[in-house]
Design a protein around this ligand. Structure first.
Ligand code: DGL
Length: 270
């Protein structure tokens, strides 16, 4: 394929549901010329409580689908899917750059003054070798308090971003961390930025909250520059969204973001 054709292709982004929209939004803000092809696996969410082999299978299917739609690179906008599948995705499609996500432990230890950080992620992410290697490399002399936030992804996916049950759950997670002296919180699941304002209310103004989405958008820009794959003209293909299940929350989520609205298609599995 010639380079001009590749430049016009979109950036594939996927997640188990709406969470990756927080990343797609950051990519769109930084790279408004680029088309984004987004896939939310809303029929099979949550990933964070499923076995790694199942998540890997889903990631292979979705990546195949996004490549068939003409994605030039793929952002795995899900910490859980990255932990479960990134090396295998890269090995399966060596000609396609895959960008993954992991809890922002490195920036968190830099930001922390107390040496105590709180990490909010899913159970599968916490159990992964990828996460343990992160801790070994960057947080040996720090105290990390982890919580798998059981039930939070489902509340976010249901659009209950500011309701009392969500607030009570977040309080039960964050307050014990604060009382141990945590001064930095890592949003290690792409669904959690949807409840960042609740987290801010609970944590107060002095706590650093780290959402890695802008850093991922910078990484996408670097990769496009490296490959000379930037789209030279604005938004040639437009945005496209697919869901495997319910699309109501996706519609609602898109209203609050700066991503241009577009049709949301139902993906029919073979
Ligand atoms: N958004 C995903 C992540 O970043 C996980 C949500 C899920 O459990 O499906 O880990």
């Amino acid at each position: 394929m010639d380079i001009q054709t590749i430049q016009q292709q979109g950036i594939g982004v996927f997640d188990s549901g709406i969470g990756g929209l927080t990343v797609a939004n950051a990519i769109h803000s930084r790279l408004p010329n680029e088309s984004i092809y987004y896939f939310g696996d809303t029929d099979r969410i949550p990933y964070g409580t499923k076995p790694v082999s199942t998540i890997l299978q889903y990631c292979l299917e979705i990546s195949q689908f996004l490549l068939e739609q003409g994605a030039k690179i793929i952002v795995v906008a899900c910490n859980t899917a990255t932990a479960a599948a990134l090396p295998q995705l890269r090995a399966t499609w060596p000609g396609t750059p895959f960008i993954g996500m992991e809890p922002a432990v490195k920036p968190a230890v830099k930001a922390s003054r107390t040496g105590k950080i709180g990490v909010l992620a899913t159970r599968t992410t916490f159990q992964s070798t990828r996460y343990h290697s992160l801790l070994r490399r960057f947080a040996q002399s720090y105290q990390c308090f982890e919580d798998p936030c059981i039930g939070l992804v489902e509340l976010v996916e249901a659009g209950r971003w500011s309701d009392p049950e969500t607030e009570a759950l977040l309080r039960s997670i964050i307050q014990p961390m604060l009382s141990k002296g945590v001064d930095t919180l890592v949003l290690g699941c792409t669904h959690y930025p949807f409840v960042e304002s609740l987290i801010r209310t609970i944590a107060g103004p002095d706590i650093e909250i780290i959402n890695p989405a802008p850093a991922i958008a910078r990484r996408v820009e670097q990769v496009l520059t490296e490959y000379h794959w930037h789209c030279p003209s604005k938004n040639s293909g437009g945005q496209k969204y697919w869901v495997s299940g319910n699309k109501d929350t996706m519609e609602m989520a898109l209203e609050g973001l700066s991503l241009p609205p577009s049709n949301i298609y139902r993906f029919q599995a073979q």
